[in-house]
Write a protein that binds this ligand. Structure first.
Ligand code: ZN
Length: 93
C-alpha cells in the first residue's frame, strides 16, 4: 500500500500535472496537496520539474515564480485565466 506522497509521486512520474489536478485525483484539498508537493520536491531535487504558469490571453510566462500553486491573475493583462504551473518528476528511462 503506497503512502499518500508515494501516490502523488507516481502521478508525477512521466506526466505533467497541475496542483489542482493532483488535488482532484487524490481527493485532497489544494493546500494539503501543496504541502505534500513541497516535501516531494525536496526529496527529488533536480528530477522535480516545474514548467511555469502562463496566461493564455497575452502569453505572459511566470518565469521567476518558484511556487507550485497557480497564480491568481496575470500582471500584464490582468486576465484571470492563468494556467499551470505544470509539475512532473523525470524518470531515468
Ligand atoms: Zn495576460
Amino acid at each position: 500500500m503506497a503512502t499518500r506522497r508515494e501516490e502523488i509521486t507516481n502521478y508525477l512520474k512521466g506526466s505533467e500535472r497541475t496542483v489542482r489536478e493532483l488535488a482532484g485525483l487524490m481527493r485532497m484539498r489544494v493546500k494539503d496537496t501543496l504541502d505534500d508537493l513541497e516535501h516531494i520536491r525536496k526529496s527529488h531535487k533536480k528530477a522535480f520539474k516545474v514548467r511555469p504558469a502562463l496566461c493564455p490571453s497575452c502569453g505572459y510566462v511566470f518565469e521567476t515564480r518558484g511556487k507550485l500553486s497557480s497564480p491568481g491573475r496575470c500582471p500584464q493583462c490582468r486576465g484571470e485565466r492563468v494556467v499551470g504551473p505544470w509539475l512532473s518528476i523525470e524518470t531515468d528511462d
